[in-house]
Design a protein around this ligand. Structure first.
Ligand code: SIN
Length: 537
C-alpha cells in the first residue's frame, strides 16, 4: 500500500487531519478496531473554546483561558504553545461545524458548560456525548471523501525510518509495517508523511475511563523509532469514574461521570455527606483534577471507604435527564437514579499529559513523522491538563500539522530516493498457542501500575515497578520474537513500553508537581521546573 499520507489513529486529531490532507493527496487511516473505538468517541464533557461575544454570553477571553491552562499545568506549560492552541480554537470550531458537528445552543447562542479549573463557562458540548457527536460527523464525512481510505482492524507494528534501514545521516519516516488483524497478514504501508494520532495509554492502569484500544501504541511506536518522549509521569486521573464493583465488561467498569456534572453544581461528599474537597482547595469539587483526585484518594485512605459520592440530587427533577441524558440512562441501567441518589465514584486513569515530543504543528525529531493529539507532548498541558482542552488540542494540531506539511513538502523539495524496504519477515516463529502468557502479563502490568504508580507515589514503589517492568519487558520481547504477531501481542508490547516510559519519567522527577505526587518529595522544587525528556539514542 502506498499513499501520500498515512494516519495512525482515528480520533478527533487523526480524522480532522485526514479530512484536510485529502485535499492534497491520498490518505490511509489505520484504526485498530472499528471506527468508533477511540477516546474521542467516549469523551463526554466537550471542547473548551473562547468564542466571539456574538456567539455566546460568557464574558470569557483568550487571556483567561490561557491563565487557567497555565495554572492547571503547575509551571510546566509552554506558554507559546498554550497561546497558539487556544487562539486557534474558534476557527477550528467553525471547521467542525462545517463537517456537520452539532453543538447545543440556546437560540442563536452556544450553550457553554463549566469544568474544574475553568474561570468561565467555555465548554462547547452536545449534551453529554460531545465526543461521539464529533466522531460521528468526522467519520461520516471521511467515509464520503474519495481520497480517504479508512481501514478498520489494522494495527501498526513498527514505523519504518531511514535510520532503521541504516541511513542514519538523514532520518526520516518511510511508512510502517501493518498487521491486518482479520487476515493476520503483515504489509508495508509506504508514505513520506506519517501522522501518529493514536491517543493515550489509559489501559496501562487497572482502572481507567479509556476504551480497550488505549494501549499506548503511539508513544511506543515513536519511541522504538527513535523519537524523544517527555513528561510521561503526568498521567491524569479523572476524579469521577462510576464505582460499580459488580460490573463486568470494560464499558461498565470504565463508565465516566463527566466533570460537567460538577460544573452544573454536583458536589463530592463522603459517606457522611461531608464536602471533604474544601479541605484541599477553596474551589472544592471544581478545583483542577489533580487536586480533586488526590483529595478523594486521601479521603478513601482516611475513612477506609471504597468510594465517595457525587451528589446532584439538589437539582430540580428532570435536570439530569435533560442535560446529561447519556449519564442518566446509563446509571439507571446499573440501578441508580442520580436525580434522587448520590452517585458512587472513584478516580481512574484518564489522560496522558506527556507523550512524543512535538511542536504545536506535531513535528517530531524524525522528518515526516508528526504526532498530534493525546499522543503528543506539546507543552499545552504541562503537569496537568485543564479539562476539555484535549479535543481542542487534537483539532487545532491537525490544522497546524497540515499547514506545516504543505510548507515543508512542496513538490520541489523531493527527498532523495530511500533505501529499499525489506518485506516483513515472519521467520521461524510459531503461531501463538499460549494466550495465557499474554493475559497474565497484561493483568500484571495493569495491577502493578495501579498499586505502585498511580495517584500517590513513593521512591520505593517506583523502584519496585521499574524492576518488575524490566522483567516483564524482557518476557514480552521474547514472546514477540518467538511467535507470529497478532493484535494481542502487539498491544501487550506497546503497553509494557508505555508503562516503562511512565515509570522512567516518574523516577526522574524528584518533587511533587501537578499530577505527579510522591510522599518522598512532597514539595515542588523550582530547580525542577522543566520537562522530563527521555531520548533513546
Ligand atoms: C469529562 O467529561 O469529565 C471529561 C472531559 C475531559 O477529560 O476533558
Amino acid at each position: 500500500m502506498t499513499a501520500d499520507f498515512l494516519v495512525i489513529g482515528a480520533g478527533v486529531a487523526g480524522l480532522s487531519f485526514a479530512l484536510r490532507a485529502a485535499r492534497h493527496g491520498s490518505v490511509l487511516v489505520l484504526m485498530k478496531g472499528s471506527a468508533y473505538e477511540s477516546n474521542t468517541a467516549w469523551a463526554q464533557g466537550g471542547i473548551a473554546t473562547v468564542l466571539p461575544p456574538s456567539l455566546c454570553f460568557s464574558g470569557d477571553s483568550i487571556e483567561s483561558h490561557v491563565a487557567d491552562t497555565l495554572d492547571a499545568g503547575a509551571g510546566l506549560c509552554n506558554e507559546a504553545a498554550v497561546r497558539t492552541i487556544i487562539s486557534e480554537g474558534a476557527a477550528t470550531i467553525e471547521d467542525l461545524i462545517g463537517y456537520g458537528v452539532v453543538f447545543d445552543k440556546q437560540g442563536e447562542q452556544f450553550q457553554l458548560g463549566k469544568e474544574g479549573g475553568h474561570s468561565y463557562r467555555r465548554v462547547l458540548h452536545t449534551r453529554d456525548t460531545t465526543g461521539l457527536e464529533i466522531a460521528r460527523a468526522l467519520i461520516e464525512t471521511a467515509r464520503q471523501t474519495p481520497n480517504i481510505t479508512l481501514l478498520e482492524h489494522h494495527v501498526a507494528i513498527d514505523l519504518i525510518t531511514t535510520a532503521k534501514l541504516g541511513a542514519v545521516a538523514d532520518d526520516r519516516v518511510l511508512g510502517a509495517y501493518v498487521l491486518n488483524a482479520r487476515s493476520n497478514e503483515v504489509s508495508i504501508f509506504r508514505a513520506d508523511r506519517v501522522v501518529l494520532a493514536a491517543g493515550g495509554c489509559g489501559k496501562v492502569y487497572l482502572y481507567t475511563t479509556n476504551p480497550d484500544s488505549a494501549t499506548g501504541d503511539g508513544v511506543a511506536l515513536a519511541w522504538r523509532a527513535g523519537a524523544s518522549v517527555a513528561n510521561m509521569e503526568f498521567i491524569q486521573f479523572h476524579p469521577t469514574c462510576f464505582y460499580n464493583p459488580g460490573a463486568t465488561g470494560a464499558e461498565a467498569r470504565s463508565f465516566l461521570v463527566s466533570e460537567a456534572v460538577r460544573g452544573e453544581g454536583g458536589i463530592l461528599v463522603n459517606g457522611k455527606g461531608e464536602d471533604f474537597t474544601l479541605l484541599s482547595d477553596p474551589r472544592g469539587s471544581l478545583a483542577p483534577r489533580d487536586i480533586v483526585a488526590r483529595a478523594i484518594d486521601r479521603e478513601l485512605k482516611r475513612t477506609g471507604a471504597d468510594c465517595v459520592y457525587l451528589d446532584i440530587t439538589h437539582k430540580p427533577q428532570g435536570f439530569m435527564r435533560e442535560r446529561f441524558p447519556y449519564i442518566y440512562e446509563n446509571l439507571l441501567k446499573y440501578g441508580l437514579d442520580c436525580e434522587t441518589q448520590a452517585i458512587p465514584v472513584v478516580p481512574a486513569a484518564h489522560y496522558q499529559c506527556g507523550g512524543v515530543v512535538a511542536d504545536v504543528a506535531g513535528r517530531t525529531g524524525i522528518a515526516g513523522l508528526y504526532a498530534i493529539g493525546e499522543v503528543a507532548c506539546t507543552g499545552l498541558h504541562g503537569a496537568n491538563r485543564l479539562a476539555s482542552n484535549s479535543l481542542l488540542e487534537g483539532n487545532v494540531m491537525a490544522r497546524l500539522a497540515m499547514a506545516d506539511i504543505l510548507r515543508r513538502f512542496a513538490p520541489s523539495k523531493q527527498a532523495p530516493a530511500p533505501p529499499p524496504i525489506p518485506e516483513w519477515e515472519p521467520g521461524n516463529t510459531a503461531e501463538s498457542d499460549e494466550l495465557v502468557v499474554i493475559y497474565h502479563n497484561w493483568d500484571e502490568i495493569r495491577r502493578l501500575m495501579w498499586d505502585y504508580v498511580s495517584i500517590v507515589r513513593t521512591d520505593n514503589r517506583l523502584r519496585r515497578a521499574a524492576a518488575r517492568l524490566r522483567n516483564l519487558g524482557k518476557e514480552v520481547r521474547e514472546f514477540y520474537w518467538g511467535h507470529r504477531v497478532n493484535a494481542d501481542i502487539l498491544e501487550l508490547r506497546n503497553l509494557v513500553t508505555a508503562a516503562s516510559l511512565i515509570v522512567d519519567c516518574a523516577v526522574r522527577r524528584q518533587e511533587s508537581r501537578g499530577l505527579h505526587f510522591t510522599l518522598d518529595h512532597p514539595a515542588t522544587a523550582q530547580r525542577l521546573c522543566h520537562d522530563t525528556v527521555l531520548r533513546k539514542f
